[in-house]
Design a protein around this ligand. Sequence first.
Ligand code: NAP
Length: 274
Amino acid sequence: MVLLDGKALSLKILNNVKEKVSKLDRIPHLVVILVGDDSASKIYVNNKKKAAEKVGIKSTVIELPSDTNENDLLDKIQELNNNDDVTGILVQLPLPEQIDKNKIITAISPKKDVDGFSPENVGRLATGLEPYFYPATPQGIIMLLDEYGIKIEGKDAVILGRSNIVGKPMAQMLLKRNATVTICHSYTKEIEDKIKTADILISAVGKKIVRCKMGYKNSVVIDVGIHRDSNGKLTGDVDFDYVSPSCGFISPVPGGVGPMTIASLMFNASKVYN
Ligand code: NAP
């Protein structure tokens, strides 16, 4: 069994991004908007800012109060869309309930939408056009598979979870690479049977859901989940000790998809379209 070392690859990617940025004619500028004071969101935003600084990308965090109204946030996004100095815009989710997340995501210029969540980028991916940005987590997973020489074409991929940020774009990206994709969610019957058919299993649920032996000894298990167990320890969706002897490759938590997501986001933030 081979451990897919996301930590090591993320450092390599961040170094490549740093080198690329140092050769650009202009410094990319990422603006992260944080609305409210959710403590987890603050940590994520801070990590993104630190990562950007490390690779030479200028970053600005705009903190808005939790009672910010939707129109004010839309105006702010419009202002950033029109500001030629700004090359990337990211709105940290979740947003307070008075703000419609979809309206906000739709307002971000597709050429500055470093998260790749805007309808134009999602639609481009789904229709086979090149999106300006691929969503960071699935893009990071593809980078990890490629780094280890894992063939995607012709493989049976099973994805657990259908969120807009992981499950659905992951399915599109694997389809684009000619995998046969099955997406499972909370209404799916006999999930274990489906897991066992996977050459590539990607779990993005947020619960310890993968607790069976894999069907093929060369199968690949990617654990996207991040949550805490009853002892407060950081864990993923996969019962690592039980599942790992039955597969060929597996990503750990921590040290797998998590660092790849941030490296992939910086890869996106280094792209300049305007
Ligand atoms: P999410 O929006 O929380 O949705 C979870 C998905 O899991 C939903 O599609 C849900 O189905 C499905 N699900 C729930 N219970 C299930 C069950 N018993 N069997 C099958 N499917 C089930 O998903 P997310 O935002 O993608 O996050 C998923 C996990 O990945 C979380 O732990 C999150 O923290 C982690 N995450 C990690 C990274 C990283 O960088 N490592 C990045 C993003 C997310 P329904 O659609 O039917 O409700």
